[in-house]
Write a protein that binds this ligand. Structure first.
Ligand code: AMP
Ligand code: ZN
Length: 481
């Protein structure tokens, strides 16, 4: 498959580091407010990328962080920690707010049929990994301590100003608050690795002991520390919103590469925004809708997912209710078609393993060509709008309905539209089971197969099984315990 790499600014053939596997890290949500449909678009496209990798036979290890500390608000908002601000507004502790909005995020993700990451990593669960990395940077001379913070010294990392084709001078304008403030900084683009609990952060609720005193980590260090912990010092793919191009991602690369001498990830994928009235839909602008708002208006979250498929991930998409209504109509048609076409082969075809043998040669060839064109589209930098066009072309063709539905079901492994699914089939997986499965993935990765098997047995006792397939593990509800 081919994918656009923001590092080299060209579409490249994807070649994984380890044969048959793909390590993918996704910058996750900052959990200080509700997830909106702008987030949904971005995470649906991460999900599509993951599904395309799987469809290419790769076992995907997908790690996603949850930022629950250290991410400061925009320049205009005086540089407070977003979490502290969000918690104050809802009159809860930061810990409660983080828990509440993390749940909200994954509720949104589940409703959009976004596969849960193999590993979900909260920043506050990985403070030691972050302080260890900062210590390494200090020892190697890439970081320095001031009375208010520990900063990364961009002057020591010459590549910093060149990453993603950004100029260092541009960054001084685009930087976030933590980069701009700090009177003891050597360079305006130096960014905080660790904030001390002094001055404006003297009352910061979340804080930990560190070699530099009581404080909390800066936002960027979590992603370098956690991605390397789970995926190794160099891994395959890193994704994020295009707002991460000027600051967050160069910072992640600088921190990791300064510490290890290796490039953090080889392919960097960035998603364009969902707009509303031509403006970015965002928490801070307050111009957003949630998936729940969409559902309350009678739309199916899968129609929203369909709408996202109609625009390429590197182009901004403008959200309108009329576009969503059109997506709902198209989605209903597909869904009904798959439901009505059933899963049993028509009379005369039963018992034959490859049902296409019984299609006329000409129709079988036509169907193969549609399948090939669909695959080519999704494998060429996730061209889903083109894949949808191929799909509708097939729908209008004279291929028998059963075979059309068969192709749609196969394609839906990638599209993730739950075509033909009955609501009752959706199973809620308890958090405890998800955590056990996550632990098991880590054990397996570390070669601890005996312990991993023990966990599997424990899960089975609780009524949940794990199916290990080439596409990665899947949690399933056991019918008979
Ligand atoms: P946040 O939780 O605000 O840090 O955002 C998490 C991710 O969602 C980031 O990678 C953002 O780029 C992305 N994001 C936020 N708003 C939008 C939007 N309107 N459209 C697409 N992606 C967005
Ligand atoms: Zn990140």
């Amino acid at each position: 498959m081919r994918i656009y790499n923001s590092l080299t600014r060209q579409i490249e053939e994807f070649e994984p580091l380890a044969e048959g596997k793909a390590g993918m890290y996704t910058c996750g949500p900052t959990v200080y407010d509700y997830a909106h449909i702008g987030h949904a678009r971005k995470y649906v496209y991460d999900d599509l990328l993951r599904r395309v990798l799987s469809a290419n036979g790769l076992e995907v290890m997908h790690v996603q962080n949850v930022t629950d500390v250290g991410h400061l608000v925009s320049d205009a908002d005086e540089g407070e920690d977003k979490l502290e601000k969000g918690a104050r507004e809802m009159k809860r502790t930061v810990w409660e707010a983080a828990e509440f909005f993390t749940r909200d995020f994954y509720k949104m993700a589940d409703s959009m049929n976004i596969l849960r990451p193999t590993i979900t990593a909260r920043a506050t669960d990985h403070i030691k990994e972050q302080t260890d990395l900062i210590q390494k940077l200090v020892q190697k001379g890439f970081a320095y301590e001031t009375p208010e913070a520990v900063y990364f010294d961009v002057g020591k990392f010459p590549r910093y100003g060149l990453l993603f084709g950004q100029k260092l001078a541009d960054k001084q304008v685009a930087v976030r608050e933590e980069v701009k403030t700090g009177e003891h900084k050597r360079h305006p683009a130096d960014f905080a690795l660790w904030f001390k609990r002094v001055g404006r952060f003297a009352d910061h609720q979340m804080h930990w002991e560190s070699p530099w005193g009581d404080g909390f980590p800066g936002w960027h260090i979590e992603c370098s520390a956690m991605s390397m912990k789970y995926l190794g010092e160099s891994f395959d793919i890193h994704t994020g919103g295009e707002d991460h191009l000027p600051v967050h991602h160069p910072n992640e690369i600088a921190q990791a590469e300064a510490a290890t001498g290796k490039l953090l990830a080889r392919y960097w994928v960035h998603h364009a925004f969902l707009l509303i009235d031509g403006q970015k839909m965002s928490k801070s602008l307050g111009n957003y809708y949630r998936v729940e708002d969409v559902a309350e208006k009678g739309f199916d979250p899968m129609a929203l997912r369909y709408l996202y498929l109609t625009a390429h991930y590197r182009s901004p998409q403008n959200f309108t209710w009329s576009a969503l209504a059109a997506a709902q109509t198209a989605y209903d048609k597909l869904n009904k078609f798959v439901k009505d076409s059933g899963s049993n082969p028509p009379a005369g075809r039963a018992g034959i393993q490859d049902i296409r043998i019984q299609l006329s040669k000409e129709k079988a060839k036509k169907l193969d060509q549609y399948r090939l064109r669909f695959e080519e589209a999704v494998n060429n930098d996730l061209q889903f709008p083109r894949a949808l066009a191929v799909m509708w072309e097939m729908m209008k063709s004279n291929i028998p309905d059963y075979d059309k539905a068969d192709a749609l079901r196969d394609w839906d492994e990638i599209l993730g539209l739950r075509l033909g699914a009955l609501k009752s089939e959706e199973v809620q997986i308890p958090e405890q089971i998800r955590e056990m499965s996550q632990k098991r993935e880590i054990l397996r990765r570390d070669g601890k197969f005996v312990e991993a098997d023990e966990l599997r047995v424990e899960m089975e006792k609780l009524g949940w099984g794990i199916e290990d397939a080439a596409k990665g593990s899947r949690i399933v509800k056991l019918k008979h315990i």
